[in-house]
Write a new protein. Structure first.
Length: 406
């Protein structure tokens, strides 16, 4: 009897990541189990970890599953213009690829710089920018709440925290989106962001201010300007687009799911529940690169070789049927999702707080200013951006009763 051939590796890309990722992850799990062989651009092999327990193991063992990308066995096949280089970097002197004690010192520097942000001032800044953005659309009666609002708000707040001017915000938004989407403009976006950070650091070395960049430069751990610039790029990328998608995905849920309809008419009481539901069911960050095996090992029944790349399948793990036995039930206050990561390289807690304040404030201002907000197109016509990494809407057309500017 001829043995059944093993299913082919899954390309990490294509329209199904836009249209039906939940079904795609279910098929991957059915055909391959909790650790899925995938191929990246250029037929580069990797593993996608979809099992909740397996992802917990990978993120919780930094010695076996290292963040040191120099371990990757595929570097000799990676061209200089590979579009995923901004997502999977080599010898990048950033916090993402630092390991051991130096990483812990770096994480402390970032956390301390963000922890000094005053929560009430942060909320005030977020409300100010949110109101300005709403003022630009509130008299029209309709808008794309993604392109005209959610995609602009986080970077404006973060730019202020870091020390950028308002005028620099739009260019940073474009560069970040190009870099994160990992397509034609990825390298150019990375270069624009790097240049902006270098200029900001030079300005702050000459004229310190009460901002995150100045506090990082004043840290006594002795990091170079390049290291700080790299960390600021990571913080900007991790803080902007996922937060914008958190706002957009939460508003989509509240506009399309009857379970959250009361949120729109009852004010703010259900906003937090909707936001937490999104982190489980519609995570802004779907997949993350990555970890590298430091030696041969077994994971989820697979033989993982030394130097193999493992991608963190956050959305797939959040939906693992072994931990989500009833996917139709609301998650309530359960925050055991992977949407902020886990282990040493988990998103620092102060950064999580900053993102939550920006996202929640952004949603609440919309509900306050445009109380009869409604979807302007059929829900089934909404589409996502073409990225296997981040899951966010391309647009969210809405209508509302025109109201005056503040």
């Amino acid at each position: 009897m001829t043995p059944t051939p093993a299913p082919a590796p899954v390309p990490l890309g294509g329209p199904r990541f836009q249209t039906e990722p939940a079904e795609l992850y279910r098929e991957m799990r059915r055909d391959h189990g909790s650790v899925v062989p995938v191929v990246l651009d250029g037929d580069i092999p990797a593993w996608l970890v979809l099992g909740y327990r397996e992802l917990h193991q990978v993120t919780g063992d930094p010695q076996l599953f290292s963040r040191d990308s120099d371990l990757w066995s595929q570097w000799d096949r990676i061209p200089d213009d590979w579009p995923l280089l901004p997502m999977i970097g080599r010898k990048q002197p950033s916090i993402l690829y630092t390991v051991g004690e130096r990483h812990r010192e770096r994480a402390a520097m970032v956390s301390n710089a963000l922890e000094a942000v005053d929560p009430s001032e942060l909320r005030s800044q977020a409300e100010k920018f949110a109101d300005e953005l709403i003022d630009a659309i509130c008299s029209k009666g309709e808008t794309d709440i993604i392109g005209d609002y959610a995609a602009l708000l986080p970077v404006r707040v973060l730019a202020t925290l870091y020390g950028f001017t308002d005028e620099q915000g739009p260019g940073l938004v474009t560069a970040l989106n190009d870099m994160i989407n990992g397509r034609e403009g990825a390298l150019a976006g990375q270069q624009h962001l790097a240049g902006s950070m270098a200029r900001l650091i030079a300005d702050r070395k000459e004229t310190p201010a009460d901002d995150v960049t100045s506090r990082m430069l004043a840290d006594a751990s002795g990091f170079s300007d390049e290291e700080i610039a790299q960390d600021l790029m990571v913080m900007m990328a991790a803080g902007h687009q996922p937060t914008a998608d958190w706002i957009g995905n939460s508003l989509r849920l509240m506009l399309t799911d009857d379970r959250f309809a009361a949120s729109l008419f009852g004010g703010r009481h259900s906003v937090g529940e909707a936001m937490n539901e999104v982190l489980w069911e519609d995570a802004p960050t779907q997949n993350v690169a990555g970890r590298w095996a430091s030696r041969d090992t077994r994971l989820g029944g697979r033989l993982v070789r030394s130097g193999d790349l493992l991608l963190l399948g956050i959305q797939g793990a959040n939906a693992d049927p072994q931990v989500r036995t009833d996917s139709s039930a609301l998650t309530g206050g359960n925050n055991a999702h992977f949407s902020f990561g886990h282990g040493e390289h988990r998103c620092p807690f102060p950064a999580q707080e900053v993102a939550e304040v920006i996202a929640r404030t952004g949603i609440e201002v919309v509900l306050d200013r445009l109380p009869d907000l409604d979807l302007a197109v059929p829900a089934e016509s909404l589409s996502r951006r073409p990225s296997p990494w981040l899951r966010g809407l391309g647009e969210l057309p809405v209508r509302f009763t025109p109201v005056p500017v503040l």
